[in-house]
Design a protein around this ligand. Structure first.
Ligand code: KIV
Length: 270
């Protein structure tokens, strides 16, 4: 009985932390209950990313994501999954002001969704917040390198870590968040050599997106991986072309309606 129960147990932040230099961590973003059901047994971590502002709501950056959006989609993903660790992003403006503000927002996300951890963006400046949260029962996944919430400061979404001073400042960011207690760190759009230095230096697992195959895990935005968009960053690989298949299915449906082929008699109540 005990072993059956433990087979069904959800992954926890300490389980993910223990995957340093071990089996690669598989992580995808997910925003809805049905997609969570489909991805749960393939993934170790399901990230309710603030990228939902772009992917689900059609904004041109992650900045308009709100705590209310993250709670609603976090609840859906927790309902749709049983096995993976669910991590929910703290949206822009909900944690940067003070450690108290961060605790209020993070505890609300955990309480209202049932997620197992939160993610926040930032390096050395966020280390005191990460320490405050982890010491008070909130597991934190950190995010360094290209941090999309800082797009207006960075001036765009280009690769980071070129030049000695940026290289060492991002390495210092990763060391600071790991030493502050983050159970894992997303490293986004950085030079491969920088990603490898981070993975070799810090004690917690690195999860790369546009980083290196040597990271302790990988993450992609699920809609990018499924081929839902025409344009993608260089670091995306499309494992399907769903946009094309949806177009074909919608075309077949529209023709069937116009030609009165659908509904057929087996779709009707006789
Ligand atoms: O919001 C998001 O989708 C993310 C991933 C890119 C890691 O933070």
């Amino acid at each position: 009985m005990m072993s059956k129960l433990s087979n069904l147990k959800r992954l926890t932040a300490p389980d993910v932390f223990a995957r340093k230099n071990a089996q690669p961590i598989v992580m995808l973003t997910v925003y809805t209950a049905r997609m969570a059901q489909l991805l749960d047994h393939h993934c170790d971590v399901l990230l309710v990313g603030d990228s939902l502002a772009q992917v689900v709501y059609g904004y041109d950056s992650t900045l308009p994501a709100t705590l209310e959006m993250m709670i609603a989609h976090g609840q859906a993903v927790v309902r749709g999954s049983k096995k993976a660790l669910v991590v929910v992003d703290l949206p822009f403006g909900s944690y940067e002001e003070s450690i108290e503000q961060a605790f209020r927002s993070a505890s609300m996300l955990i309480d209202k969704t049932g997620a197992g951890a939160i993610k926040l963006e930032g390096g050395q400046a966020m280390a005191p917040t990460i320490e405050f949260l982890t010491k008070r029962g909130i597991p934190v996944m950190a995010h360094v390198g290209l941090t999309p919430q800082a797009v207006n400061v960075l001036g765009g979404y280009s690769v980071r870590g070129r030049g000695n001073s940026e290289f060492s400042s991002i390495l210092d960011d990763a060391k600071a968040v790991s030493e502050a207690g983050a159970f894992s760190v997303v490293t986004e759009a950085i030079l491969e050599s920088l990603a490898d230095s981070i993975t070799d230096t810090i004690v917690c697992p690195t999860i790369g997106i546009g980083a290196s195959a040597r990271c302790d895990g990988q993450v992609l935005v699920v809609d990018d991986m499924l081929g839902m968009f025409e344009k993608n960053a260089k670091f995306v690989r499309r494992f399907d072309n769903l946009a094309h298949r949806i177009d074909q299915a919608a075309d077949a449906y529209a023709r069937s309606v116009r030609e009165r082929i659908f509904p057929a008699s087996n779709n009707c109540y006789n």
